[in-house]
Ligand binder design. Structure first.
Ligand SMILES: [Zn+2]
Length: 270
């Protein structure tokens, strides 16, 4: 190689090295901003703005059979604290819906907006089945800790994380709403699930207000996987707790549970 060619090769190599060491934004031009993960504060601001303009009734999505999944708000749209009560995830567990019916008849706590979803599984409710119309246990279908494993057909987690329209609808709504407390009603273990360490304080408050014992509720025969509470607690500042009602809940008992849930919700405001 002649001397000029050696110099040219060295210059090209130096230029290539310099380009490699430049930050990506400089190499691709100033109009290409580097991706930045959204900060919790920004997400809260977006949620506050969304809530302030949201109607009091929102269709959050549709079931596999096309039935609407509906959320309704009580209280002011600009109330700073948010409680969500989910009446039913498993269609064979109907009494949480009776508790939601009673919540909707009561005044929300001061500074708290109370959102209720009577059922996120309207197909299962119509059929009286635990699973949705596609045979999926929605409380195994959330994308946190999801595994393709089940011990009974009614625990089938779906073919993939968040494969079900009901799961995706509730995820999108919770991401948008960012409630401080989610109470997810089930039957019939007659207890407050102590769940993760994040929920200890609120589980104790719910146990006291509802008169139900705290315990770790079993998920079939193994550890819980792909549950709503796992997903929400891992990725949101709020707390989600499973409340297992007894098998029998009279109307007066449903009213007492509704009052208890709202008393606990009032604690969001301090
Ligand atoms: Zn259940």
């Amino acid at each position: 190689m002649t001397r000029p060619r050696v110099l040219l090769a060295a210059a090209v190599a130096a230029l290539a090295l310099a380009l490699l060491q430049l930050p990506a934004s400089a190499a691709t031009g100033p109009s290409a901003p580097a991706p930045v993960a959204p900060r919790a504060h920004d997400l809260d601001s977006v949620a506050t703005a969304w809530r302030a303009s949201a109607p009091a009734t929102v269709v959050v999505g549709r079931s596999a059979r096309g039935r609407a999944i509906v959320a309704t708000r009580q209280g002011r749209a600009d109330a700073p604290y948010v409680l969500l009560v989910l009446g039913q995830m498993h269609g064979s567990e109907p009494r949480g819906r009776a508790v939601v019916d009673q919540v909707r008849r009561l005044a929300p706590p001061a500074q708290v907006q109370v959102w209720t979803i009577s059922t996120m599984n309207p197909d299962g409710a119509a059929a009286g089945s635990r699973t949705n119309a596609r045979g999926v246990d929605l409380n195994r279908n959330f994308p946190r800790g999801w595994v393709y494993r089940w011990t009974r057909p009614w625990f089938y987690p779906g073919r993939a994380p968040a494969s079900e329209p009901e799961t995706r609808a509730v995820m999108a709504f919770l991401d948008r709403l960012r409630p401080g407390l989610v109470v997810s009603l089930h039957q019939a273990f007659n207890s407050i699930d102590v769940g993760s360490g994040k929920s200890v304080l609120w589980a104790a408050r719910l146990a006291a207000a509802l008169g139900l014992p705290q315990r770790s509720v079993p998920c079939g025969t193994g550890p819980c996987t792909g549950t709503l509470t796992q997903w929400f607690n891992a990725g949101h500042p709020g707390v989600a707790i499973t409340v297992e009602l007894p098998r029998t809940v009279t109307t007066s008992r449903a009213l007492a549970y509704a009052r208890g849930i709202l008393r606990v919700g009032a604690r969001l405001a301090g």
